[in-house]
Design a protein around this ligand. Structure first.
Ligand code: EPZ
Length: 416
């Protein structure tokens, strides 16, 4: 059941309702460690990255239950500050645990979360930020041991606006005495979401969404319920799929502002987009036009998490497009798989030159990472003939039942 079989060439029509953003829910699950009270998260998708994080919570003594997209967590009994290798090796976002555990227990021990398919994923900015809050850190034998006995508010200057480092430092500061200032903070909407969640529980975080975030430490957090933002990358994926296949699709629950860098580029391919308060409608007919250049940037620039999906669209566009990946060092692996479907893409360092072909042809391809796997599904939906996307488990990390969503839009796609 780890393969997706697709018969391409059908237009996509219909409506999609989005789940909460994976990249909001993961740090929010970590932040729930900061309180001993009940936390309820609504519209939570069933994704392997999320179940992985819940396993980590349980390994620390917490309790969690995800039922019908409602997630209940209680971390009253969290006592352990040691996150085992077996659990962290699986998912990158385990590093988010460091900040809240330190904030709650004043000590923490996690194994180095390994790199992943898209890059080395260093954590120097996370550790440097925690040290600025007075945390003593010893890195030895693949373990990170932290003594947060003297944790207090401090000034953190991030050399790069890292999403994870911004979130980790924010969470570590919530229960630390005094004021913390994070300069050159990442500005992604998921960070605004994390601020919203923490403040819902009684935290005092301000400025998320800008480069300057302040956190005034409080003694304790209460419990609470929270509805995270919709998944803007899932939204961008479904809109881009319609651009590639043709059709008429409405994606519900999305704030257009959060993916304006993507919709602006979709419009340049010749699609017609209409933005409403909480939904976006796309209509696409005929062959997409090439886009002269796409460069991934930190928010609000073009998101790196949409680079592969857009590359799949441009592979059969009319003309030559240039894609530059500025955020991760290894995010073009999908282009080799697209080449097996007839795409004409040359990659040098961080730049891909995509010469649009008349039509992609179905083939046996292999997902190697989350967004690259999604790109192969989009390519298969638009291609002529049959495509098998193997290792669909990579895709399940970020999309709940992707085949069900596309089947509801008229695609011929089965999981085998
Ligand atoms: C988050 O990863 C997202 N993951 C990623 O989404 C997303 O691609 C990324 O932000 C950028 O938007 C989650 O939120 C769970 P970063 P994160 O720290 O926090 C370098 C997906 O597909 N860096 O902003 O790891 C790093 O190597 C995933 O949903 C350091 O050098 O991203 C990278 O080049 C993939 N030192 C750049 O910063 C550090 O200490 C951006 O990383 C930390 C990061």
């Amino acid at each position: 059941m780890d393969n997706l079989m697709i018969r391409g060439g059908r237009p996509l029509t219909g409506e999609v309702w989005l789940p909460a953003a994976k990249n909001s829910v993961l740090p929010i699950i970590a932040a729930s460690i900061l309180t001993e009270e009940d936390v309820v998260i609504h519209n939570c998708p069933l994704l392997s990255d999320i179940t992985g994080m819940l396993d980590i919570i349980r390994s620390l003594g917490g309790r969690a239950e995800l039922k019908d997209n409602t997630l209940w967590i209680n971390n009253r009994d969290v006592r352990s500050a040691c996150v085992s290798n077996a659990l962290t090796g699986g998912i990158r976002s385990s590093i988010f645990i460091l900040g809240p555990i330190l904030g709650r227990l004043r000590t923490a021990e996690v194994s180095y979360p390994g790199g992943c398919e898209i890059g080395l994923r260093p954590i120097d900015l996370h550790l440097g930020g925690l040290r600025a809050l007075g945390v003593r850190i010893n890195e030895e034998g693949g373990m990170i041991r932290c003594d947060g006995g003297n944790i207090r508010g401090g000034i953190v200057n991030l050399d790069f606006p890292s999403v994870g480092a911004t979130e980790n430092i924010m969470m570590a500061a919530v229960l630390a005495e005094g004021r913390t200032v994070i300069r050159n903070a990442a500005r992604e909407p998921e960070i605004v979401d994390l601020q919203g969640f923490i403040n819902r529980l009684g935290g005092r975080v301000h400025g998320a969404g800008s480069s300057l975030i302040t956190i005034d430490g409080v003694k304790k957090l209460s419990g609470g319920e929270y509805l995270p933002l919709a998944d803007r990358i899932a939204a961008g994926t479904y809109l881009t799929a319609c651009a590639a296949c043709g059709g008429d699709v409405t994606v519900h629950g999305i704030y257009a502002e959060t993916i304006s860098a993507v919709t602006e580029k979709l419009a340049r391919t010749g699609c017609e987009l209409r933005e409403f308060d909480d939904r976006i409608r796309i209509r696409a007919t005929g062959k997409p036009k090439a886009v002269s250049k796409i460069e991934t940037q930190v928010y609000p620039g073009f998101p790196t998490d949409m680079q592969a999906q857009f590359g799949a669209l441009l592979a059969a566009a009319d003309g030559v497009s240039i894609v530059v990946e500025n955020i991760f060092e290894n995010r073009f692996k999908y282009t080799v798989q697209l080449g097996m479907m007839g795409a004409n893409i040359t990659v040098k360092d961080r730049t891909a030159v995509i010469r649009g072909v008349k039509r992609l042809k179905g083939a046996q391809v292999c997902a190697e990472d989350l967004r690259g796997g999604a790109a192969l599904v989009l390519a298969g939906l638009a291609a002529e003939g049959e495509t098998t996307v193997r290792n669909a488990r990579h895709i399940d990390r970020g999309y709940q039942n992707i085949e069900t969503v596309f089947r509801a839009l008229g695609a011929d796609i089965q999981r085998k």
